[in-house]
Design a protein around this ligand. Structure first.
Ligand code: KG4
Ligand code: ZN
Length: 341
């Protein structure tokens, strides 16, 4: 089944075509990075307006790159949440309208389901259950991806998520404190590479109830206090040292909690997705831990980790193949949870 996928939940306007759940025929992304960079973060209204401008040509480009016409599209899928309300509305309304006008089946896709299944794009399906860590600017969530209602449609169990800031958001905010550019992740990674063996240490709090949920707000505050106190003492802040200490703490925390969950839930593989998966220290740390635990580890290429529509088309294709259809009045849901067993 050939499915056109649409993704506009944040600051990427994306369209893609898949042929069945696993094969990507095309994937086009128009990034709004330059539009938002001067503001140090995504400006929701600017994002929505840019999606309106870009989506028609991005969708046409996805069809062209796939070498197909509208007549060969058999279904349409669009992200319905979570994300920015205005941004979601653009892609969802466009996807529904395109499907309705051409009498094609339509399904709304949960953004996190897309990220989790991006591990199976142009890659053999991972053994189930596998542990999927989504680490991005909006999410830090650990799921067990299990065999579901049909061969191609898994079921998800949420094991842990962040209680406050997402990990990518913490990278972005710490970068801002250190005077590094937006987006902060790549800037922190580059700065950290200059001081890999710093003795400076930060910690993340242990949850009082013993849960393995994530929390990065306290770490962010610890970095802020460190930076402010150094400045009050008239000392120069060594940005690369602080960046390295921050990154080391995050990588250790994500690796420990992911591996503990893998052991507890007898996962058969590990997948790392989301924009923060671009971080080599994180990828290497998880890859090493997976080898030690005898588990296969997979992290998709960078352009499949960050927001894209191939993952939405693939997830949508699985639902459409299982006979699911969304109603034409499906609403955009900025904070919707992925249904979890
Ligand atoms: O998945 P994504 O493109 O968008 C969201 O859905 O949020 O992730 C963007 C996030 C940003 O917070 C960015 O700073 C972070 O991914 N990021 C990184 C790196 N590259 C991007 N974080 C750490 N290290 C990187 N190399
Ligand atoms: Zn995302």
């Amino acid at each position: 089944m050939r499915v056109l996928g649409i993704e506009t939940s944040c600051d990427e306007t994306a369209a893609a075509v898949v042929s069945g759940p696993y094969r990507v025929l095309s994937s086009v992304v128009a990034s709004q990075l330059n539009l938002h960079a001067p503001f140090g973060g995504v400006v929701p209204e600017l994002a929505s307006r840019q999606h309106v401008r870009d989506l028609p040509r991005v969708a046409e480009a996805a069809l062209k790159q796939a070498g197909i016409s509208w007549e060969q599209v058999e279904g349409v899928a669009a992200t319905f949440g979570p994300g920015l309300m205005g941004a979601l509305l653009v892609g969802l309304a466009w996807g529904k309208a395109a499907a309705f006008a051409r009498s094609l089946p339509f399904v709304g896709v949960h953004h996190l389901e897309g990220h989790l299944l991006s591990a199976e794009l142009d890659h053999p399906p991972l053994p189930k259950p596998f542990l999927g860590l989504v680490a991005s600017g909006g999410h830090t969530s650990l799921f067990l991806v299990e065999t579901g209602p049909s061969a191609d449609l898994p079921a998800y169990r949420l094991l842990a998520r962040t209680r406050d800031d997402a990990v990518g958001e913490a990278f972005d905010k710490v970068a801002k404190m250190l005077g590094l550019p937006y987006p902060g992740g790549p800037a922190i990674e580059q700065a950290a590479a200059r001081s890999p063996a710093t003795p400076l240490r930060f910690t993340v709090p242990r949850m009082k109830d013993g849960s393995r949920e994530f929390s990065y707000s306290g770490l962010k505050t610890a970095v802020r206090v460190h930076v402010e106190q150094a400045r009050l003492r008239g000392e120069n802040v060594n940005a690369s040292e602080v960046a390295a200490a921050f990154q080391n703490t995050v990588v250790r925390d994500l690796t420990e909690k992911t591996m503990a969950a893998a052991r507890e839930h007898h996962a058969l593989a590990l997948a790392l997705t989301g924009g923060v998966a671009a971080n080599s220290a994180l990828r290497e740390s998880l890859a090493r831990a997976a080898v030690q635990a005898g588990l296969p580890f997979y992290c998709p290429p960078f352009n499949r980790c960050t927001d894209n529509a191939a993952m939405i088309a693939s997830a949508g294709c699985r639902h459409l193949m299982a006979g699911e259809r969304s109603p034409w009045d499906l609403a955009a849901r900025p904070t919707v949870e992925l249904p979890s067993k």
